[in-house]
Design a protein around this ligand. Sequence first.
Ligand code: FAD
Length: 519
Amino acid sequence: TPSSIRKIVVLGGGITGLSAAYYARKAADQQGIPVEITLIESSNRLGGKIHSVQTDGFLIEKGPDSFLARKQPIIDLTHDLGMNEQLVPTNPKAGSAYILHKKKLHQMPMGLVLGIPTKISPFIRTGLISPLGKARAILDMVLPARKADEDEALGDFIERRLGREVLEQMTEPLLAGIYAGDTRSLSLLSTFPQFRQMEKKHHSLIIGMARGMLRRPAGHKTIQQKNGTHAGATSPMSSTSSPVEPAAPRKSKSMFLSYQYGLSAMIRRLQEQLTMDQVQFRMEESVTQIAASDSSTLSKRGKDGSSSTEHTSRYTLTLSSGEHMNADSIICTIPAYAAAELLGDIPEIQQLNRIHYVSVANIALGYKHHQLQHEFEGTGFLVPRKENRMITACTWSSTKWKHTAPSGQTLLRTYIGRAGAEEWTSLSNEELVQAVRRDLRDLIGFDAEPDLVEISRCYRSMPQYPVGHGELMDRVRASLAAHLPDVWLCGAGYGGIGIPDCVQHGREAAEELISRWAV
Ligand code: FAD
């Protein structure tokens, strides 16, 4: 009967929300549970941070441009959606990236993994670190491990193991590229928990990394909404969370992958599939209130002893349009500050406001002329905080990703903004372009007039997990479970910002809620 159909509402149409809807439908169908799924997105576009545009033959990613190839959740989803053929690797001939140091670009030493040196001789030869700094870093191999289990700041940890120079010149520019964060305030355990494990197991980060310990810790915890569940113990696009498993058919050994027609191809494919699966999309709508409905599930036993279930939905939602909607379960994938506002009455929920979101921007510059008279070596460069530049990094996109520009044409992508450096938000588009062009001129002597400029302002887009984030999320989830059962929080703001982690979290929430209905 219609009344036995369970209603799931997904808040947010980014990759987490879309994955949640996809896997909820799949799990419900597999278990024969009738569900009605509605996805509510406040903007006029699905994809959230993922946003690819095609202009004049260039493919420009306004948000993320790729994902880590070794992370199984996105590989599985790609496979499930029949998109394997669209996977593209980085250009194997592109070389490595450079790091700016005292106005000079230095090639990243071979063996640098997540900003941690793993090969001694290239590290000894690099001009990025002084002899004293190198000696300090190598001390990591003899310094004892810290016994305590508490969280600490990622930057403090790196400095403790490898010294300040490696932190500032190597690790922070690389890791900050992922979080746009200040490593001195980011949680170690919620960003790179494997670093702590390596310290424990090998005393040394260098040895641990060198032994290829990039594996998920045993007994990895999920994001389930249970007391004591440590949601933060997953990592971003970088790190531990998935073991190195054989992936679905892959085109190369590239560390990163993208799609031929941009990451938005995945969003379009998900939208198409979900539409076929009867998922309802409510665009340019949001939820303003969640209220418990009067009664919850009633079980009826017929005279013949057969059991049938009828229920009224657990929650009544008020939408921004004023309309009301019922829900038995809500998967909330919106940013932490938006969730704090929506769920404000729940004790502990204001803690979500401790997750600060940094605003970043990127400016893509396209050059159509075939003779640019400039050699771009490697894949681009990173700019450490200390160098005091407007740009935090620059990628030669058309060298790194062949599919992003027509042959012979050039696409650069410059990045702006990080924790503690968000003044760019008050600049006009013209000022931003002037500023990045000034940096390119100063740093690499490149001053050609671009034929195409695409500015992407990503306000409050990079969540910063504070020290103690794991416990914070445990408290929030425990409170939610007590006060709003069957409301799930997942997505970039809560545990793992990389696209594969978002897919995984959406999937885990969806499968967990369906499995509860199956019993
Ligand atoms: P979002 O994409 O933020 O989706 C949330 C959705 O909720 C949005 O569509 C929003 O409009 C909607 N919403 C907000 N409030 C409400 C409301 N009240 N009601 C309804 N809807 C609402 N990751 C990688 O793996 N590789 C990369 O190369 C990479 N690069 C990045 C570059 C940039 C510039 C940024 C910003 C991020 C990057 N990331 C990268 C991280 C990754 O893109 C994100 O973490 C991920 O896409 C977030 O997905 P999400 O669905 O959790 O959140």
